[in-house]
Ligand binder design. Structure first.
Ligand code: BES
Ligand code: ZN
Length: 465
């Protein structure tokens, strides 16, 4: 039986709080939306039908069945196919929009038990599918040649990477001088306080041995293996070129289309970073989008609605930028609102709110619709905020109202510091470690109702005061 998960919405206190927050941010809710019973009954058409469980089936497929969905590579292509097939099965017209992306250098570290870890490879290290096999040794520091003992020769050296590029360049130099067959640099902390993610070491000169950039947890797992006994690994790397990435676009035509009909977009990136299954970032946003697409199929809407899965967000918002770039000014002018769910289901305890973030902190059609929906539903999870770093940015830069939806924590006493899960961009961004069905349900309810209110068939009664 389907279990429905609910946010903390039903409390009266929560409802009052949400309304006061919405009104406090500029009185942006019109009177008939802020307390409108009719809008509320429209919300129920969505809330009664959307299921976190169904959305999480998509998260499961994308993050477990496919795994990492790296820009331009097979995982991303498979994810595009899965999303397109799902949208087609709901009855939508679907198109693929391809665009070129830069080369990738991908490393694989195979252990004896058939486990394979995906990492970044240094383009200046050995890139070959001819395996380099050897025993692993862990070297402390490594910025000085004296850190390497005589038995380093012929081994695969693992080191915690120095914080600077010059620092890890010295580590690699020394390891190679000491006779290492291969080098793995363990990333420690990420730029957002997350555990270090896999990376492509950037080396100033060429080396004959493979040099890989491991995530923090890969290094820790390696130590655990070594604690059990001697570890042998097999290193391979591949240079992928002439790559293309892909946006998947499904369109829901408005009922009774008029020439000046506005368009609304729900768009989530479907790629992930190297070595990361990307369950929360961003299979969650795609799962939410697919589940809303399923439910909306049953309703007529006034405006054109587009569901878009963007490719290559993690490489610089490439898919959304490409999408916006190829629109004419006239097409841009038609877009009324862009909803961008990205990381909408973490279970991280410090990520206490679902933020509707705009690039410059101003409220717009998207933040207003979603905070108003939260208020009507009595769901106090939603708050407005300021943030870039996702697919809403290219739309914003083109003057199109857009907002990012993300669960995070922001301390009222220091709004510059934000909290996101430590497993962000790492191999631990998995269903088991980083997904909350309750948070997914809250995001579905709020975004689903806010978006529906933006596109649905106009009910004349709603405009009566
Ligand atoms: N989902 C993140 C964006 C994000 C992360 C928002 C943390 C808020 C807090 C997104 O997938 C991401 O990592 N974006 C890149 C964008 C960059 C390549 C332009 C980033 O911010 O590093
Ligand atoms: Zn993301």
């Amino acid at each position: 039986m389907a279990v429905k998960y609910r946010g903390k919405g039903s409390k009266v206190f929560a409802s009052i709080l949400a309304v006061s927050i919405v009104l406090g941010s500029g009185g942006l809710v019109s009177a008939d939306e802020g307390n409108g019973k009719s809008s509320y009954s429209q919300d129920q058409k969505i809330v009664a039908r959307v299921s976190a469980e169904r959305a999480l089936e998509h998260v499961k497929y994308l993050s477990q069945e496919i795994g990492p969905r790296v820009s331009g590579l097979e995982g991303e292509q498979r994810s595009a196919a899965y999303i397109a097939n799902t949208l087609k099965s709901y009855g939508y017209d679907v198109e693929f929009q391809y665009f070129p992306v830069a080369d990738q250098f991908i490393a694989n570290v195979a252990l004896n038990d058939e486990t394979v870890w995906e990492m970044g490879a240094a383009p200046n290290g050995k890139i070959s599918d001819e395996a380099v096999k050897g025993q692993v040794v862990f070297v402390e520091d490594g910025t000085s040649l004296s850190d390497f003992s005589a038995d380093t020769a012929g081994k695969i050296v693992v080191m915690a990477r120095a914080s600077t590029v010059a620092g890890y360049q010295a580590q690699v130099d020394n390891a190679v001088k000491a006779g290492a067959k291969g080098v793995i640099l363990q990333s420690l902390v990420g730029s957002r306080g997350n555990y270090g993610q896999a990376f492509n070491p950037s080396l100033a000169k060429k080396y004959d041995v493979p040099v890989f950039g491991a995530s923090y947890i890969h290094g820790e797992w390696m130590k655990e293996e070594m604690a059990k006994g001697s570890v042998e690994v097999s290193l391979t790397a591949k240079h992928y070129s002439n790559l293309k990435s892909v946006n998947v676009i499904a369109t829901k035509a408005p009922k009774g289309k008029a020439k000046d009909t506005k368009e609304v977009i729900l768009g989530a990136h479907h790629d992930s970073v190297v070595g990361a299954p990307g369950a929360n970032d961003n299979a969650s946003g795609v799962g939410l989008m697919l589940e809303l697409a399923r439910v909306y199929k049953g309703y007529n809407t006034d405006k054109e609605l587009k569901f878009i899965a963007f490719g290559s967000e993690e490489r610089g918002l490439l898919g959304s930028r490409y999408y916006v770039d190829q629109l004419s000014q006239e097409q841009r002018d038609r877009i009324e609102a862009v909803f961008v769910p990205d990381m909408v289901a973490t279970n991280y305890d410090k990520a206490k709110n679902l933020y509707a973030m705009t690039v410059d902190g101003t409220t717009n059609a998207v933040t207003n619709a979603s905070t108003a929906a939260g208020a009507r539903l009595g769901n106090s999870d939603i708050l407005p905020g300021t943030f870039g770093s996702s697919d809403h940015v290219p739309f914003h830069n083109a003057g199109i109202p857009a907002a990012l939806f993300i669960w995070m924590g922001i301390d009222s006493w220091n709004p510059l510091v934000y909290h996101i899960e430590k497993v962000y961009h790492t191999p631990q961004d998995t269903m088991e470690d980083n997904i909350s069905a309750e948070r997914m349900q809250s995001a579905l309810d709020i975004i689903g109702s806010g978006l529906f209110d933006t596109v649905r068939k106009d009910v004349p009664a709603l405009h009566k005061k």
